[in-house]
Design a protein around this ligand. Sequence first.
Ligand code: HEC
Ligand code: HEC
Length: 388
Amino acid sequence: MKLFKNTVWLFAICCAALLVSCDKGLETEIIYYADSEGNDIYPMISEKLDIPKIPLSYDQNFPSYYGRSFSSFENNIATLGRVIFYDTNLSHDRNISCASCHDQKLGFADAKAFSDGVNGRTTARNSLALGAVFSFREYYGNPANGGIPFFWDNSANTVQEQSKRTFANEDEMNMKMPEVIERIKEEEFYKPLFVAAYGSSEINEDGVLNAISEFVSAMGSYDSKYDRALANHFDNNSFSLNNVPHVDFPEFTVAENKGKKLYLNHCASCHGETNGFPGLIEANNGLDLVYEDTGIDGQSLFKVPTLRNVALTGPFMHDGRFETLEEVVDHYSSNIKAHKNLSSNLMDGNNPMKFNFSKEDKENLVAFLHTFTDQDFLTAEKYSDPFK
Ligand code: HEC
Ligand code: HEC
């Protein structure tokens, strides 16, 4: 019997060893970046780009309480998109990339009221943070299909449309698509990246825009302190999803829990509650009586922005008028203006709401807003600058 057991063990160990060696064999055999003769040209790519030999995974596993678990992405296409996103060569003066105005460590926003574009120009609106719960693919899209559109005035339905307009915008990158394609063709390493992504070395507009979309759509931020506390509660208790955010979280400080209550009572109707989706897609939040920039359809309505990583994405609002979250909270506390399109969510009868938050309320709200900071998202290699 003992002998038999040992033989079985020996057999099992041999099998395992065989498997491991097979696996190793495969790993060295798959060439992700090859020329037309099948030669490995990763060394050429890696002279300029810090991307791994085997593409990073962009697939996402969402926390269970969101009621959906997995979203799959094309790693080679997202990798190509990542390189394009960080390539300053693709702007008119070769100085500006998408990342110039969308900085990963700032939640993919930037620290200016209006961003610097090509040739010393500045943008007309404040840069929007990227990366929503769960990911842009889940969050955004054509409103006809229940999605949330892009830009402060919700005027683009896809990342492709958004990116094409951004390239062409004279204040941003000032490049027509044929010029973008020419610049991409100048650079040797793009050919193998296109082959890896699409199985063809043809470089065209659809391929470029689709790659940017795959990369931007794969930005998902769902691992903040708030998300983790929410996940613990959902996994450990039988609360219904609707009640989960309303209980005090043991992972939170007293201030964060108090701030959470204020947020759920006064802000969540527009900015969203458990699942990261906003309650309203667009609204007027009473910044002015008369708006200089009149936003959606000239109605002085603007996108209700995601508050993911909001502690890092200031200045705030479409024109970057508030430097700090304290100023934002002061606005909601006592400065909401009676604009004719002011949302009823911020009205008290016929008048603008006056929350009159105490000093402590304000501090608690700001403390809570900091729990939306997601360090993993802000530092993940797969979203970072691949240029050496
Ligand atoms: C010069 C600065 C600048 C550059 C370069 C830039 N953006 Fe933006 N981006 C902005 C600004 C400003 C907005 C908000 C504009 C608006 O709403 O009118 C924005 C909005 C967006 C949005 C919409 C987000 C939302 O929540 O609606 C996406 C997505 C985006 N940019 C991606 C990109 C990509 C991809 C590139 C490169 C192709 C890029 N941006 C290049 C400044 C820039
Ligand atoms: C009526 C819906 C509504 C309510 C309620 C509301 N907001 Fe907003 N919020 C908006 C809109 C719309 C904007 C963008 C307005 C603009 O730029 O013109 C915004 C912008 C913001 C921003 C700036 C985000 C950025 O990226 O620039 C912060 C921060 C914010 N709100 C926090 C809060 C807090 C905290 C509360 C509760 C005290 C709250 N909001 C209540 C609709 C709302």
